[in-house]
Design a protein around this ligand. Structure first.
Ligand code: BJW
Ligand code: ZN
Length: 240
């Protein structure tokens, strides 16, 4: 951070002058809360194969294994605390009338930090949905195999797996917020998973894209500003 004070000042001015601000976050924003990211060193996909755990086929094959993994992650997230990055985004929402938070994260930490309106593109770890009908319910259990009260079908994690469609309304609202804004903050995401990655790609007239990440990502190719560093340090410096 110390080596880029001029970039930080520019970014602060852009945020101050913006009317509509949107933030798109990914697993990196929760890394400093002790929650592993998916890709990169220490990432979940280093120890677990996505296709064994995060696809409808994996659940159909072995629901018990899939639930064990999600129960373990529920435990991790329940024990974690929101970090300075989550808190800074909640402050920004409280201070600005036109702020939208779009997250790929399923951990619920933005809400626990005080963000009131969060578009959860990939669902939530804290919900279970029926694998057979449309039922969905809040759930924080960390063991057992849930059963749908409506139809008796197997309950499954309320998240979006590879090959599954995102909720249409959530995706449409997120796409609108990411496009129709003055500043888009792209925080802690590798920007490789679609359609979320699309939201930060390309140039939109009147929109400034600021990437916050310790590592450059494909979103940097068309970003206007890159603040290199952990979001738990960069965001509080940007949003005092
Ligand atoms: C820090 C930090 C610190 C570290 N501070 N930063 C178009 C092209 C190619 C493929 C596709 C396409 N359209 C669809 C696809 C297929 C697929 C896809 O995108 N595949 C790609 C991987 C190639 N997409 C889908 O299947 C999606 N469905 C769909 O599109 O339906 C229609 C369709 C189906 C089939 C074919 C075509 C169309 C659904 C995607 C669902 C993703 N689900 C997961 C799991 C959710 C449940 C769970 O949590 O278990 O979502 S996968 C995983 O990746 C999770 C995340 O939300 C998502 C994104 O990851 P994220 O957040 O970016 O984390 P990481 O780990 O990748 O990166 C962390 C970043 O943090 C790094 O950059 C670090 O540097 C940084 N960092 N410390 C700040 N302190
Ligand atoms: Zn059901």
């Amino acid at each position: 951070m110390a080596h880029q004070p001029d970039l930080l000042v520019r970014a602060r001015r852009l945020i101050e002058g913006a009317s509509r601000i949107t933030a798109l976050t990914g697993a990196g924003v929760s890394a400093e809360s002790g929650i592993p990211t998916f890709r990169g060193a220490g990432g979940l996909w280093r120890n677990f194969r996505a296709e064994d755990l995060a696809t409808p086929q994996a659940f159909a094959r072995d629901p018990r294994l899939v639930w064990e993994w999600y129960h373990w992650r529920r435990g991790l997230c329940a024990a974690a605390q929101p970090n300075a990055g989550h808190l800074a985004l909640a402050r920004l929402e409280a201070a600005r009338p036109h702020f939208t938070l779009v997250t790929q994260n399923v951990d619920g930490l933005h809400a626990r930090a005080g963000s009131r309106c969060v578009l959860e593109l990939h669902g939530s770890l804290w919900r279970t949905k029926c694998s057979r009908c449309v039922a969905e319910w809040p759930d924080s259990a960390t063991e057992g195999l849930p059963v749908c009260a409506a139809c008796g079908g197997a309950g499954r994690p309320g998240v979006v797996w590879f090959g599954e469609s995102l909720d249409d309304a959530v995706l449409a609202a997120s796409a609108h917020a990411a496009r129709d804004c003055d500043v888009l903050l792209v925080v802690g995401t590798s920007s490789v998973v679609y359609p979320a990655a699309m939201l930060a790609r390309g140039r939109v007239p009147g929109r400034t894209v600021i990437v916050i990440n310790p590592e450059p990502t494909p979103a940097n190719e068309t970003a206007d500003l890159y603040l290199q560093g952990p979001s738990g340090e960069v965001l509080p410096a940007l949003i005092p």
